[in-house]
Design a protein around this ligand. Structure first.
Ligand code: SF4
Length: 248
């Protein structure tokens, strides 16, 4: 068992009976400056932002500005900064890579095929994420088991072999109702697109509203078949996470 897996097992045992809030507190105390929330500004991440702000004055929260986000997402950043008085670190892709990609393949290459879409996600999301995660020992994210039929084996604490970090998903066993009850009770800022039929929000050209009863992520890369949707942010070598879609 690797050192990472040993750490994960210890943390899993220690936190097994803890609530999501308690897990966040434990993780912040344990990793300090070496843990951060990778926030997509979606409603789950807003819950986690609130929990972190209940625990420390200036939690480490970052988000990826892909250059293609909807304006409503930037309004969430502003509302969150205002409510909690915190800084949200905004990470950008490498300019040269974006310029080359857009110049050679066009601004909307993602509609041309899976390879092109993954290339865009790699440049605009995965590489910036990797760059930021390099400075951490653990990361927190808003994954929930219910969000996708492919996310059925999600543990709250996992070894993220892709990035060599402990990955913590405090809301893994929360339902959609749990999330919204928390948000409404605490008057937490959230993306207005959620009220317009967007359960999952990413880049504007790759996200659309879903019909009632549809899979929660059916509006992400809707032109692809589900097995093609993973983007590399939650992969690990044993393939267990290989079918999970990305969250950002
Ligand atoms: S979600 Fe779409 S626009 Fe955003 S990085 Fe991926 S392919 Fe590019």
């Amino acid at each position: 068992m690797s050192e990472l897996e040993t750490d994960v097992q210890e943390l899993l045992e220690e936190t097994r009976s803890q609530s999501a809030e308690e897990l966040v507190q434990t993780v912040l105390a344990r990793f300090g400056e070496r843990v951060a929330l990778a926030s997509s500004l979606g409603v789950e991440d807003q819950v986690l932002t609130d929990m972190m702000c209940q625990t420390v004055a200036q939690p480490k929260i970052f988000t990826l500005d892909t250059g293609r986000l909807p304006q409503e997402t930037f309004e969430v950043i502003e509302g969150t900064r205002e409510k909690y008085g915190i800084e949200i670190e905004i990470i950008f892709p490498e300019r040269d890579q974006v310029e080359h990609m857009v110049r050679t393949q066009g601004p909307n290459l993602f509609y041309e095929g899976v390879a092109q879409r993954k290339e865009c996600c790699r440049i605009r999301k995965i590489e910036p994420l990797r760059r930021r995660l390099d400075a951490l020992d653990a990361w927190i994210c808003g994954l929930r088991s219910e969000q996708s039929t492919t996310r059925t084996e999600l543990d709250r604490v996992e070894a993220d072999e892709t990035f060599g970090l402990v990955k913590i998903s405090p809301l893994a066993d929360w339902s959609t109702d749990d999330v919204w009850e928390y948000v409404k009770a605490r008057d937490i800022p959230y993306n207005v697109l959620h009220d317009r039929g967007y359960p999952s929000i990413g880049c504007a050209p790759c996200t659309r509203a879903v019909e009632p009863g549809q899979d929660l992520r059916a509006g992400r890369w809707w032109w692809e078949i589900p097995e093609q949707k993973e983007c590399g942010l939650h992969l690990r070598p044993d393939g267990k996470l290989g079918r999970r879609e990305d969250i950002l």
